[in-house]
Structures are given as C-alpha cells and as structure tokens.
Design a protein around this ligand. Structure first.
Ligand code: FES
Length: 130
C-alpha cells in the first residue's frame, strides 16, 4: 500500500527518523503528526517488543486508530477503531470488514526508529525530549 501511495504522489519513499527507541517504546501507541496534514499522520505501535506503523486515520470513516484499544490473540495484534469498532491487524493492516489500512515499514537503527514514508515530503514531528 505504501508503494501505491508513493506512486500516486510521484514522491519516492524515504526512511524518516521519528525518535529514539528508548522513548518510543514507553507507549503502546502514539500519533506521529505529518506537516502535510492530518490525513497523512501515522499511528506508531509498540507491541510484542516490536514497532509497527499504520495510517492513523481509519479507512472506514477516519477514526483515530492511535486512540484504539490494542488486542492480542495468539501473538497477532489488532487495533480496534474507537469510532465503530472495526478491527485492523497491526502488522498487515487488514480487517475482516474487507477494509485495509495502509501500513508502513519500520526499522530500528542507531537507537532510533525510522518509518518509511512515501507520499508528500512531510516531516514527522519527533517526540519531545524530557
Ligand atoms: S471510523 Fe474506524 S471503524 Fe468507523
């Protein structure tokens, strides 16, 4: 899906540093704000000692997935949209509803987390340091 989005906008995907691993793993989910607008925001999850990134606005009616409950069944994590309770697999973005949430690649390098983001030339806000 990320590649499709990239092709639509004509901008290549880039790895963007979104903050230090140590800080980002303190929360199961947080919203990464994109300068290009709310529709480009990313929900970054940290579950099962791994990071995942999904488009933050629900594919159904733009509910905030970063505010959804996270459930685990047999090592498979889902986020439940707080608006109409559709569930999305955090790893694949798939839902039994037939909808699919855009996913983004995530990597850890040099103690930082990077999200491969490929639509507009946006900058993800880094979390504030204390
Ligand atoms: S907006 Fe997410 S399920 Fe409706």
């Amino acid at each position: 899906m990320a590649a499709e989005n990239s092709r639509r906008s004509g901008v290549s995907e880039e790895w963007r540093c979104v903050g230090p691993v140590e800080q980002l793993r303190k929360q199961k989910c947080r919203r990464l704000y994109a300068e290009a607008g709310r529709s480009q925001d990313v929900a970054l999850f940290y579950v099962g000692e791994k990071f995942y990134a999904l488009e933050a606005s629900c594919a159904h009616a733009e509910g905030p997935l970063d505010q959804g409950d996270i459930e685990e069944l047999n090592g498979c994590y889902t986020v439940v949209c707080p608006l109409h309770f559709y569930e999305f697999n955090i790893s694949t973005g798939k839902s039994e509803s037939g909808l699919r949430q855009q996913t983004y690649e995530v990597k850890q390098e040099d103690d930082n987390v990077y999200v491969k983001f490929g639509c507009e030339p946006v900058h993800l806000r880094r979390p504030e340091r204390k």
